[in-house]
Design a protein around this ligand. Structure first.
Ligand SMILES: [Fe+2]
Length: 257
């Protein structure tokens, strides 16, 4: 079984790019299940219900979330009503929507969890370990395979979660930094892991944004409206090949399209 994880959609242009190319890419590579981090598809203002619908139609089987997901209040009802979109599990039970879901993948029950780290990221949510543990315990026996998107800034925190759930969650990929890391690997107990899968949006800037705006804001510390980077959009991701009999990841491939 081939599972594709795509990093943060950073803008409407990133979403358009997936609408044009994701199904074609899925077919070429024989992808069985696709998870896309869509927390920011509306460009720094979260994700709208229309954006979420378009992303699912574009070829995402599940949309995971992050620190921007709850910024756009128009998504709250959609989060409540739609099993294919998640917000980070550690927002807790009082938040709209859900932090995990179980979806069909070729007749297998795929548990997908979205969680946020709590180092150098805002808002600071409760410890993700306790929420992930609770979900795994509550759903034990109700799923066949599992995927975790850990949306976090700190590489060490993401690696710790990778090792903490090695052999317990089949695939763990990080998001949020928009920069793909060079540590794609299979952990000792068979979990496929990468600290960050990258992003889907405009290239030629600073993590999807126009470099001049970002540099000026950092240099002066004064407010400056962000605009998108000038380059053509590109999608970064990883394909994990999962052996259905053992539950172990047997191959990984870093991709961009
Ligand atoms: Fe984020």
């Amino acid at each position: 079984m081939k599972i594709l994880a795509i990093g943060d959609v950073t803008s409407p242009a990133g979403l358009e790019h997936l609408k044009k190319n994701l199904w074609k890419f899925r077919k070429t590579k024989g992808i069985d299940f696709c998870v896309v981090n869509g927390e920011n598809a509306s460009f720094i203002t979260g994700i709208s219900p229309d954006g979420a619908v378009e992303l699912l139609r574009a070829g995402a089987d599940c949309i995971t979330g992050g620190n921007h997901t709850m910024q756009n209040k128009s998504i709250y009802t959609y989060l409540d009503e739609t099993r294919e979109i998640l917000r980070p599990i550690n927002f807790g039970d009082s938040a709209p929507g859900r932090g995990y879901t179980i979806l069909d993948c070729n007749g297998y029950r795929m548990l997908v969890i979205s969680a946020m780290g709590n180092i150098h990221i805002d808002p600071v949510l409760d410890n993700p370990f306790s929420f992930i543990d609770k979900a795994l315990k509550e759903e034990a026996g109700n799923y066949d395979f599992s995927i975790l998107d850990i949306h976090a800034e700190a590489t060490g925190e993401k690696l710790a979660i990778g090792y903490g759930y090695d052999g317990k969650i089949n695939i763990i990929f990080g998001t949020h930094t928009h920069v793909k890391t060079a540590d794609l690997q299979i952990l000792p107990c068979g979990t496929g892991y990468i600290t960050d899968v990258g992003m889907c949006g405009e290239t030629g800037g600073v993590i999807g944004m126009n470099a001049e705006c970002v540099v000026e804001r950092m240099r002066t510390r004064l407010p400056k409206k962000f605009v998108a980077a000038p380059g053509e959009p590109k999608a970064d991701g990883v394909i994990f090949t999962l052996d259905e009999s053992s539950g172990k990841v047997t191959a990984t491939e870093s991709i961009s399209f």
